[in-house]
Design a protein around this ligand. Structure first.
Ligand SMILES: Nc1ncnc2c1ncn2[C@@H]1O[C@H](COP(=O)(O)OP(=O)(O)O)[C@@H](O)[C@H]1O
Ligand SMILES: [Mg+2]
Length: 228
């Protein structure tokens, strides 16, 4: 079985006036240790797909299996615990908490686990070292560059040692140099730490960081062959 398997997934958002179906009868698989890049026009359902993978949202029909767990049928309490162990999430806007230091931001996901303060601090130190920001641990987000903030966000995403990392346009707000460092770091998560990564991007240059590019349009996927 593949690490990620979506079968016949349809997602419909119904409102009073109209229904939107961003994903329709979608099949999508990712193997353990792959770095898959998801590309498609705005509104094509990319973020919706990542939300289903993370169990942030549920499919209307179909099944979502991630790391052996049928995410689409977990109960809310099980889901929160499962997500902490299985999923790290990186956002375009970093989503750091402005009043917390870099180290405190990275510590947040660990508060859901039964760990001592010393165990948490050890994991935070390891994650900040992995992204090269040990010397910025006590800085607030506003005292860091965009690239550094995104690296803090990546440290937060990996601090629980999740199986899968999901990144939604992680370089969308960064200049070329900072984007390059971020992509290098994401590749390192796959190569050195054995993570499985699904990254959404609009940027054809950023897309080259992955092992395989999947194109999504109007809620349907073309599982293309990998690039060179
Ligand atoms: N919570 C929601 N309620 C209603 N419609 C939504 C919701 N989330 C996304 N959509 C709609 O689903 C479509 C796909 O959105 P999204 O997955 O964010 O696209 P992308 O990330 O590819 O730009 C859009 O038409 C969007 O407006
Ligand atoms: Mg999106």
């Amino acid at each position: 079985m593949s690490l990620i398997e979506l079968r016949g997934v349809t997602k419909t958002f119904a409102s009073a006036s109209e229904a939107v179906t961003p994903l329709e009868q979608l099949d999508f698989t990712v193997e353990q240790g792959e770095f898959v890049v998801l590309m498609g026009p705005s509104g094509s359902g990319k973020t919706t797909l990542l939300h289903l993978l993370a169990g942030i949202d549920r499919p209307t029909t179909g099944s979502v299996v991630v790391a052996g767990e049928t995410v689409s049928s977990l109960k809310p309490a099980e889901l929160a615990r499962w997500r902490t162990r299985a999923i790290g999430y990186v956002f375009q806007q970093y989503n750091l908490i402005p009043v917390l230091t870099a180290a405190e931001n990275v510590e947040v996901p660990l508060l859901l686990l039964r760990l001592s303060r010393a165990q948490r601090q050890q994991k935070v130190a390891t994650a900040l070292a992995a992204v090269g920001l040990t010397d910025r641990a006590w800085h607030l987000p506003r005292q860091l560059s965009g690239g550094q903030q995104q690296r803090v966000a990546i440290a937060r995403a990996i601090v629980t040692d999740p199986t899968v990392v999901l990144a939604d346009e992680p370089t969308g707000n960064l200049d070329r140099a900072a984007a390059g460092r971020t992509l290098e770091l994401l590749r390192q998560l796959v190569r050195e730490f054995g993570k499985t990564l699904v990254m959404v991007t609009h940027d054809p240059v950023a897309a080259q960081a992955g092992d395989r590019i999947v194109h999504i349009d109007k809620g349907r996927i073309q599982q293309g062959a990998g690039h060179a």
